[in-house]
Design a protein around this ligand. Sequence first.
Ligand SMILES: *Cc1c(COP(=O)(O)O)cnc(C)c1O
Length: 379
Amino acid sequence: MKFATKAIHAGQEPDPTTGAVMTPIYQTSTYWQKQPGDNKGYEYSRGTNPTRKALEDCLAALENAKHGLAFSSGLGATDSVMKLLAPGDEVITGDDLYGGSYRMFTKIFANYGIKFHFIDISKPENIAPYINEKTKLIWLETPTNPTMKIIDIAGVARIAKAHQILLCVDNTFASPYLQNPIDLGADLVMHSATKYLGGHSDVVMGALMMNDDELYKKLWFFYNATGATPGPMDSFLVLRGIKTLHLRMKAHCENGRQVAHFLKSHPKVDKIYWPGFEDHPNHDIAKKQMRDFGGMISFTIKGATLEDTYKLAGSFKVFTLAESLGGVESLINHPVSMTHGSIPKELREKAGVVDSLLRLSVGVEDIDDLLEDLKQALS
Ligand SMILES: *Cc1c(COP(=O)(O)O)cnc(C)c1O
């Protein structure tokens, strides 16, 4: 099946009891057992729920994976991956990670004796010096947040395979519509389904997709044993959101392209980060591993102080100043004070996250209104 068909149908059949075409919200915690253990495959909704199961099968199909697991948030999914590790293990990861992942790694799992190396993995050759017999996981995000570096997934996967290191890709920014890390050699894909998968800024959820049966069993065990599983209503919302993922992504990409070109030629804009530009340092890899370039764009304002940037960020009328991304509505974010507040100044400035940086999640409104809004805010 092709992507659009999977987005609409994968994991979903008319409900066997009523024939309902849309998967019902099975708002139940527990299930009847004729005799102990004699049930229809469902016992308790922390472990399994039919609405969530339909979503998980759909999520797996979107990433061309055998298994999918839905979590109560993206960080809940990340937390479960980290629980695959033991004290003494080492992780190699990027130097401009999502702030919440960085916070979890440094403030929680570092205390459990896990060592993290934050490096520039947009050059895969940087990885080798950090590999030793304790290296168990490479965790990467691409495009990175917020400076849109592109990591060569297949290149990193070759290194990971050669050393039998697990590779997990946070595919939130690209969405499965633009990029499928498992096809490129990754073992695990993580999503904040809060973003493009849900797509309507009305739900917080996470997902993991994988092929390996053992890995699936372990991660399912963690999710059942520690309970970071989403409820049926949230599962329904994401299942519904996914039905238009391909339509929304097409529009995000087209609007993103126009906004990126508008900003590039604007006299007040200094740096601009969008992988669709030919002069983007990783454009060739982006072209190779992504189907289009997405609607996430970051830029800096020439000579702007922190105060100037605050003022500008507050002057939009269509773009909403808010955290998060990937919804139908356009959002503007100031990483230094919002999403990346928990990353030390020195580390974030090294990664380009400076005071005058703004990040856009270009939505699917009419492009004329979006360009007009940017024009007035930058005037
Ligand atoms: C939002 C986000 C997360 C965290 O997901 P939540 O659903 O907010 O827990 C992780 N990675 C990236 C790239 C994100 O944008």
